[in-house]
Design a binder for this molecule. Structure first.
Ligand code: 2P0
Length: 347
């Protein structure tokens, strides 16, 4: 079995050159076709391809500087994390993959601007920002696909947070995983909105990593998941290319519920929902029955992420007070998309 360090070492210069500082931002992302299940746990290689939308300004910013007092420091939102704590260990282990024999101690300072109330995972944007900051600090000049593949080794979903807009994480086939990286889709949808519904915050009892492994190992229903994901991925490509919002929303919602069905069918069972999650789902279905185009998706947690278009934002905000709304596509980012003028006309 190939290790992360072996794979990464092939792409690093013989001698590392550290700079004065390395800094980067990476967005959080919401999967419309979920990543659920690994074919290689060491390298975070997925059983299925996934597709997400990045959350624009919501994410992580990481600054790397040389440490002045001879030891590593890991900070999160301004607070020093104890050596050996879960967070500091994950960060330092990832950094060690790149600095290898370099003994230069570092200060790694990460700020998440993801509202804690939204209950969004920060490992995707966190490892993506850390990877980009390392690339900057050591002047690694890695290609975007390599940055994505390496961020994946920190956390699978981080492979998608290297890019903005719609992003597909291709599952790849190679044993070293270097073809398992994300790519940005050349598509823009300025009217698309993501609404973050807070149901509950706090640590979950079973994290995604353990949850997906339990599902793969114990749920017979999981056998149907790779096919479901492949069909949904295709539908999402069609929906994005044709700006077919109902196809996009319906596919994302069914995909999320299918993933949750495999979790519930695991043993011991995994149910991330709270009673309030079900109330919110029923509220979405009620709004749809009234002709309002709103759909939801959910990750391995109790919170819902709503999908809708800007023209229905006011109605949806009044149905979900306190909704945090994100516009993933800003107009100025859309100029590279040849179909952007069509998207503008639809507005
Ligand atoms: C996703 N999730 O596609 C899916 C949907 C959660 C549910 O990616 O073990 O933290 O670090 O590769 O990336 C969360 O899993 O798992 C996730 P690891 P990760 O967004």
């Amino acid at each position: 079995m190939i290790s992360k360090a072996d794979v990464i070492a092939r792409y690093l210069p013989a001698q590392l050159t550290a700079g004065e500082r390395g800094e980067a931002f990476a967005p959080s992302n919401i999967a419309l076709c979920k990543y659920w299940g690994k074919r290689d746990q060491a390298l975070n290689l997925p059983i299925n391809a996934s597709l997400s939308v990045s959350l624009a300004h919501l994410g992580s910013r990481t600054l790397i500087t040389p440490s002045a007092d001879g030891v590593d420091h890991v900070l999160l939102n301004g607070e020093e994390q104890a050596t050996g704590s879960r967070f500091a260990t994950k960060v330092v282990e990832f950094v060690d993959l790149f600095r290898r024999n370099s003994v230069q101690p570092l200060t790694i300072d990460t700020h998440n601007n993801i509202p804690t109330a939204a209950g969004l995972a920060s490992s995707a944007s966190g490892f993506a920002a850390l990877m980009l900051a390392l690339n900057d600090f050591y002047t690694l000049q890695l290609a975007p696909e390599q940055l994505s593949a390496f961020a994946r080794m920190g956390s699978g979903s981080a492979s998608r947070s290297i890019f903005t807009g719609f992003v597909e994480w291709q599952m790849g086939q190679r044993e070293d995983g270097m073809d398992s990286h994300a790519v940005a889709l050349n598509a823009c949808w300025p009217q698309l909105r993501v609404g973050l519904v807070k149901v509950a915050t706090g640590e979950k009892k079973v994290d995604s990593r353990a949850g997906m492994q339990r599902t793969v190992e114990s749920a017979h229903l999981y056998q149907s998941w790779p096919l479901q994901a492949a069909v949904d991925l295709e539908k999402l490509h069609i929906a994005i290319a044709g700006r077919d919002f109902n196809l996009l929303g319906a596919t994302a919602e069914q995909n999320a519920l299918s993933m949750h069905a495999t979790m519930i069918a695991s043993w011991p069972p995994l149910l991330y929902w709270q009673p309030e999650s079900v109330v919110a789902m029923q509220q979405v279905w009620e709004l749809r029955s009234q002709g309002i185009d709103v759909y939801f998706t959910m990750d391995a947690g109790p919170n819902l992420k709503l999908l809708f278009l800007d023209k229905q934002q006011a109605e949806i905000e009044s149905a979900f007070p306190g909704l945090e709304v994100v516009a993933p596509f800003l107009h100025q980012q859309c100029t590279a998309d040849p179909s952007f003028t069509d998207a503008i006309k639809e507005a």
